[in-house]
Write a protein that binds this ligand. Structure first.
Ligand code: ATP
Ligand code: MG
Length: 278
């Protein structure tokens, strides 16, 4: 595969560089932003990463990273008219682009902006999007434009049900990104299998296909500490289980594996029958 093929509308987006990965969820407060930030941070150990804050109303990645976005002057993408803050370095190999704190962009302009970002971000290996919650048209547009989506859910039934709604919308399009479920903040390891089974049985029954499953991150106090100290979890708790999970996930992604091809064993020790996909 090579980039010459990308202009002719092929469905396979896996060979495109940079890889666009979005962290998304049907329900708010499930951990999208901390996951996007920590995943991008761990990826940046090995590759160049642009982290994009596309939570239009409530962008907060700059708070998690303890940086002030360089917003003077704001820039306007000449083609799309989208206003964005200058790219701000977080540390080596990791930069932040914030689209938040502005009115919702016009859909056409946003589509053009995303298309242009493919070439403008050519110096990066990964572009990781943190997104707004739910099925806002602008968020859906971002999710359709990326290569891979990490769909974050907690064990709450409302979170699982909203994730199903988002998965259905996402995979309803003729060409759509690869999607994998990532369970977060579960109390007990057994909950992962329960959630994954439930999600797969519903999606298999009503949609005829199932997403990948990246495993479960679990609830970990170290994440709360990292947020309070406005830094990545690896700097607060280098030996921590959750730190190891992010490192393992980032390692697999950086090695070229797509989200829906990564099995839960990468971040969870317990084996899970998650690979039964049509
Ligand atoms: N695995 C975890 N263990 C412990 N706490 C966590 C974990 N994941 C997230 N949290 C806590 O949940 C809080 C909310 O997470 P976050 O802001 O990332 O959610 P979100 O999905 O981005 O929310 P929003 O929908 O408002 O954008 C974090 O500040 C953190 O304290
Ligand atoms: Mg968020």
């Amino acid at each position: 595969m090579n980039n010459r093929l990308s202009g002719i509308g092929l469905d396979d987006r896996s060979f495109r560089k940079p890889r666009f990965v979005a962290v998304s969820s049907g329900k708010g407060g499930v951990g999208k932003s901390v996951i996007a930030y920590n995943l991008a941070d761990h990826l940046s150990v090995a590759v160049r990463v642009l982290l994009v804050d596309s939570d239009f109303f409530a962008g907060n990645l700059h708070i998690l990273a303890n940086i002030v976005p360089q917003n003077t002057p704001q820039k306007t993408d000449p083609a799309s008219g989208i206003v964005f803050n200058a790219v701000t370095p977080i540390h080596k190999n990791l930069d932040l682009l914030t689209l938040g704190d502005q009115a919702l962009p016009d859909m056409k302009n946003l589509a053009m902006f995303l298309k242009n970002l493919r070439t403008q971000a050519a110096g990066y290996d990964f572009v990781v999007f943190d997104t707004a919650t739910g099925i806002l048209p602008q968020t859906t547009l971002i999710l359709y434009s990326v290569d891979e989506v990490i769909l974050v859910t907690t064990a709450e039934l409302t979170s699982i049900s909203n994730s199903y709604a988002l998965y259905k919308v996402l995979t309803g399009a003729k060409t759509h990104p690869a999607v994998a479920l990532l369970v977060n903040q579960e109390d007990r390891p057994e909950e992962l299998a329960y959630i994954n089974d439930k999600f797969n049985s519903i999606t298999r029954q009503f949609l005829g296909h199932t997403p990948g499953c990246l495993g479960g991150l679990g609830y970990d106090r170290a994440m709360v500490d990292a947020v309070a100290r406005q830094t990545g979890i690896r700097f607060v708790a280098p030996e921590n289980r959750l730190t190891a999970a992010f490192a393992a996930l980032a390692g697999r992604l950086a090695a070229g594996t797509k989200v829906d091809q990564i099995t839960p064993e990468t971040i969870n020790n317990t084996a899970l029958e998650a690979d039964i996909r049509e």
